[in-house]
Design a protein. Structure first.
Length: 421
């Protein structure tokens, strides 16, 4: 019987590497080598991650500001737009012989409706010549073209104006057809009227009007700021009744009453011919909100995507340069037993780490931006938790996608060719 001789085993030094050691790459070694590669040139790594910081920061800021502005639009809509009704004279469209559709007591009729706070009739005065307003009675003095509005006191109260100087005219001036005028801040500046201490006057079509107030801001009917406003009774006495179809009414209602007031107003004003008046309620808040939010979101997400693409190109470019600079190192690793997948994983880890760090920093920058803008504008900042959770993942995905080509390029480097360089 043949006896099998025992196999001799070679002994190696405990610290001597083996081929099996080079053919495996533990996660600890992988992250250690990737960290060492990034720290070789920290300034370049920081600048590389800056692109992702800007992209992710813009992504978070965009979504946060969109949510914040949408919330602000809701509140503004509830406070103003949802409480505004406009009534228009359309009598001539129904009957060519129809005259002035609004009755003389139109303000009182509408204010008697449940839910109405203020209401007033107004129209634009059409003069025979040019609509020129002068601050001097001289005929050859230079005048300013301005819109001249005839409005009842209820119109001014419904517009919610802020008076910089003086006061608004009231029912007494309306009943007595007083020659008083209100100037919008823009018109007052163009006429050179900056104070009421000198008791200024303006001349409309040669007729003098005492300026009793300057309107600095309005929450409704913004064209008042560029107009000269006179009592409607005064305008009717001087220039006659308004043209058919040019008269409107502004109605301010309580929250939730606008739709009902719009349905009741034509009948309350003209029970004989309600079709002569057209009441326009505020638009549906849900459709307005969704439309505005969708438009803002699409625009801002496009900007964020552009920033992310710029950041990805920066990471890809820097990683590719690092591959070219470390060709000798890559060749040495391949000669010692490292495989292509090890090189690929190392460079993917480097680019992914830069992207993830950029995502974390960019998330913080985006949140700070949203809070800062909200504080300056006196808004309530809104940032969804899903956005905060997704932003670092977006940075990581950006880094991994940017590192795919450089990692593939590094894995194709042959050891012999690399060592010859």
């Amino acid at each position: 019987m043949r006896r099998r001789l025992p196999r001799l085993r070679s002994r190696r030094h405990p610290h001597e590497p083996s081929l099996s050691a080079f053919s495996s790459f533990s996660p600890r070694d992988l992250f250690g080598e990737s960290l060492a590669g990034m720290l070789q040139r920290p300034a370049r790594s920081a600048l590389t991650g800056l692109g992702t910081v800007l992209g992710v920061g813009t992504f978070v800021a965009v979504l946060g500001l969109t949510a914040t502005t949408s919330s602000q639009i809701d509140s503004r809509f509830d406070l103003l737009s949802a409480t505004e009704v406009t009534i228009e004279d359309v009598g001539r469209q129904q009957n060519e012989f129809a005259g002035f559709a609004f009755p003389d007591d139109a303000d009182d009729r509408i204010e008697a409706l449940n839910g109405v706070q203020h209401a007033g009739v107004y129209w634009q005065v059409r003069l025979t010549g040019t609509d020129t307003v002068r601050a001097s009675p001289l005929g050859d003095a230079t005048g300013e073209r301005a819109q001249i509005l005839a409005a009842s006191p209820g119109t001014l109260q419904a517009a919610l104006p802020t008076v910089a100087q003086g006061r608004l005219y009231d029912d007494f001036q309306q009943d007595t057809s007083a020659r008083v005028a209100l100037l919008g801040s823009g018109t007052a500046a163009r006429l050179g009227i900056t104070t009421l201490d000198t008791r200024p006057a303006v001349f409309i079509d040669g007729e003098p009007f005492a300026v009793i107030g300057i309107i600095d801001d309005v929450q409704r009917k913004a064209d008042l700021l560029m107009s000269v406003v006179v009592p409607s009774s005064t305008a009717e006495r001087l220039w006659g009744v308004p043209e058919e179809g040019g008269t409107k009414m502004l109605v301010a209602t309580s929250t939730g009453a606008a739709a009902q007031v719009a349905r009741e107003a034509p009948t309350a004003l003209r029970p004989d011919h309600p079709e002569y008046l057209k009441a326009t309620p505020p638009p549906d808040p849900k459709s307005l909100r969704s439309s505005v939010t969708s438009d803002l979101g699409q625009l801002f997400l496009l900007l964020a995507a552009i920033c992310l693409v710029i950041g990805a190109v920066g990471i890809a470019n820097t990683t590719l340069v690092a591959v070219l600079e470390r060709t000798g190192e890559i060749g040495l690793r391949r000669a010692l037993g490292a495989r292509s997948r090890h090189i690929t994983l190392q460079f993917l880890t480097e680019s992914g780490t830069l992207g993830a760090l950029g995502g974390l920093v960019g998330t913080s920058v985006g949140v700070i931006t949203v809070v800062a803008v909200a504080v300056v504008r006196d808004w309530t900042p809104v940032v969804h938790p899903v956005t905060l959770a997704a932003a670092p993942a977006v940075g990581l995905a950006t880094g991994l996608l940017a590192g795919l080509y450089p990692a593939w390029r590094a894995a194709r480097i042959q050891p012999a060719e690399a060592l010859r360089r």
